[in-house]
Design a protein around this ligand. Sequence first.
Ligand code: GAF
Length: 375
Amino acid sequence: MGSNFPDVAALLSDACRLYGELFAEEPPQVAVCAPGRVNLIGEHTDYNQGFVLPMALPLVTVVVGGPTSAQEVTVVTAAKDADEPRRVDFALTGDGSSLSPGLPRWANYVKGVIQHYRAPALPNFRAVVTSSVPLGGGLSSSASLEVAFYTFLQKLKPDDGEKLPKVLACQQAEHTHAAVPCGIMDQFVSVFGRERHALLIDCRSLEATPVPLADPSLVILITNSNVKHSLTGSEYPMRRRQCEQAASALGKDSLRDVTMKELEEAMERLDDVTYRRARHVIEEIERTVQAAEALKRGSYKKFGQLMVESHNSLRNLYEVSCRELDELVSAAMEVEGVFGSRMTGGGFGGCTVTLLQAQAIDKAIQHIQVNTRPC
Ligand code: GAF
């Protein structure tokens, strides 16, 4: 991870300083954090009940604060590139309308988490948020905010502490308050992620297998296209709908249950777009299982090959890449010592992830910088 990102201690100290300046009381009583994630492979498979292979990042969202005797909740974000008001005040009591989604948009994640929090009668509170997860960068800034906030609420008014309901509540917050019908991956890995491991998540059974990622000769490079992605537009929900339509046309509950043979046999009954969306998902689920096996065996070449296949499929069949992401992947693949590269996350901008030999890292960064057009 590049050293220009503040570490948790720096984020925490910024948050505490801002809290002191704004509320001029004692130091915050509660401080929590939750990570963003990078998905190594398995894209747009989670809402099709398939497999994903993400890892939690050292980029995190920090929330500090505590209960207040004031009549309202106040939350302030210090997230650097927020183009909206950084402060929001709302009441927890009354008809609940103050928790409806609205402006500023970032606060919808907070309101959604409060709405779906499973221990009622929260006290009013004040909180300050800082984060090193780039907003709209495809590294799950929203899931890290949801999970950090849920953890904050757990400190104010403990629930039963169960992790899976926490994941599901944060996912619900995104559905109801950010209008993104996301799968489970981002919130799941933010809660269950383990240091130096990726997680192979079966998004049907919700079982997760940690896959070690501690080889010092290996580096995972994340490159930001700086094209801001937003999944609240029509494209993400449309992809999800197209997958559901494809599964239903094939008489199955989800594309997880469809084989390539069945898809080929049904080809004439499906329009071209539906066929291509379904094909991406079916093949990507298989690729993800193979990739996890390759990683366990230390077959980085195989893993890299699967990453590139995944990117090409996301570009050509699922149509969620963009010029900037394609250029980043092509430039990375020109460097000796790079095993594979692909877009990561929902797409339409955001980041790429590249697997490479540690000794090739400087050359790779330089080559990518020189050979891609800044957006
Ligand atoms: C976004 C969603 F939030 C995830 O659930 C997942 O679908 C991902 O896009 C695509 O793999 O991050």
